[in-house]
Design a binder for this molecule. Structure first.
Ligand code: UFG
Length: 323
């Protein structure tokens, strides 16, 4: 298929673009490079630099490209920042995304796969979190993604565009060529490995008094190549739908640090710090629906495999992307 990957120079988008190309699809990456990197664009993809806010440009790209499908990763994704500057999140993640949808409708693009998030659920009581769990976001980032999921539902009803909203839990891991390079970095695994690289003195554990087995927060870490597989399957889904994406098992902050010590051979000093505002104690995905309906089979189900892949990537690109 001919696929437009919006946000294809970002962490998850770059690995998905690579996966699509490896599996015979033709990819054009559209990215503003505000948070993405030119160096994260697969050399085999066409690259178009631009912002989704530029409606005329988005229309023009869609007209010229004759795309059969869109993958939409282009969004801001920092929970903390969204609590300080909600307008930035609603404007980009909703309004600018609508430019992409309208251009898709105008040009009769058949389907869209949308990057959604566990943050649309907020702090659910029930674990694992299934597609039936109530979505009550607790920050503007999660709200912006939930709102876009609903907008997709309306575009499906009114214009017939098919969609899959994929709600990632904790995206992690790296492919051979593409990994995580955020500035600033806020995610647990790359921060831990920066200690092993000698770039940080220690890792701060945000709270060890949660109601979890070892007192630290539990998350469902899902490898970006497993996310990529889900995106490709979603391209050919028989109908529109929402799917949660995780391994179904949780790992605590302390377990992740211990695994990183084992993988790197570094002592990785850690220090207990106060809780980070807005962190739910446990988030674990129920992903049976995508397994059943689309035949998704995650391959990286251990913390070792995930952390090994990141460590390998960091050794190859110790300072991240050059551009
Ligand atoms: N953590 C630490 N120390 C750090 C960084 C993180 O202890 O230096 C802890 C956090 O408190 C949390 C866990 O490690 O308990 C994971 O934190 P991340 O920041 O890596 O990931 P989050 O679970 O906060 O966020 C992820 C995605 C978001 C998404 C959210 C909810 O990155 O985009 O899951 O689905 F919104």
């Amino acid at each position: 298929m001919k696929v437009l990957v919006a946000g294809g120079a970002g962490y998850i988008g770059s690995a998905c673009a690579e996966y699509l190309i490896d599996n015979g699809h033709q990819v054009s990456v559209f990215d503003s490079l505000i948070t993405g990197h030119r160096g994260a664009v697969d050399g085999r993809a066409e690259f178009i630099e631009g912002d989704l806010a530029d409606r005329a440009l988005v229309s023009d790209i869609m007209k010229k490209g004759s795309f059969e499908a869109i993958m939409h990763f282009a969004a801001f994704s920092l929970v903390g920042e969204s609590m300080k500057d909600p307008g930035k999140y609603f404007r980009n993640n909703i309004s600018n995304g609508i430019n992409l949808l309208d251009a898709a409708v105008e040009n009769k693009v058949r389907s869209i796969v949308f990057s959604s998030t566990a943050a649309t659920f907020g702090e659910p009581e029930e674990m694992p979190i299934t597609e039936e769990s109530r979505q009550l976001p607790i920050n503007p980032y999660g709200e912006s993604k939930l709102c876009f999921e609903k907008i997709l539902g309306w575009y499906n009803k009114i214009h017939g565009i098919q969609y899959a909203a994929l709600r990632y839990f904790n995206a992690s891991g790296a492919s051979e060529n593409f990994g995580e390079d955020h500035k600033p970095e806020t995610h647990l695994i790359p921060l831990i490995l920066q200690v092993a690289q000698g770039k940080r003195e220690k890792i701060m554990i945000y709270g060890d008094d949660y109601d979890t087995p070892d007192g630290t927060c539990v998350r469902d870490y899902i490898h970006i190549l497993d996310l990529a597989q889900a995106h490709m399957l979603a391209l050919n889904a028989p109908r529109s739908g929402h799917y949660n994406l995780g391994t179904g098992s949780g790992l605590s902050v302390k377990e992740i640090i211990d695994t990183a010590r084992k993988v790197t051979g570094h002592s990785i000093p850690a220090e207990i710090a106060p809780r980070r505002a807005g962190d739910p104690p446990r988030l674990i995905a129920g992903s049976d629906r995508i397994k059943k309906e689309l035949g998704w089979k995650p391959r990286f189900e251990s913390a070792d495999a995930i952390i090994e892949s990141v460590w390998k990537w960091m050794k190859k690109y110790p300072d991240g992307y050059k551009c």
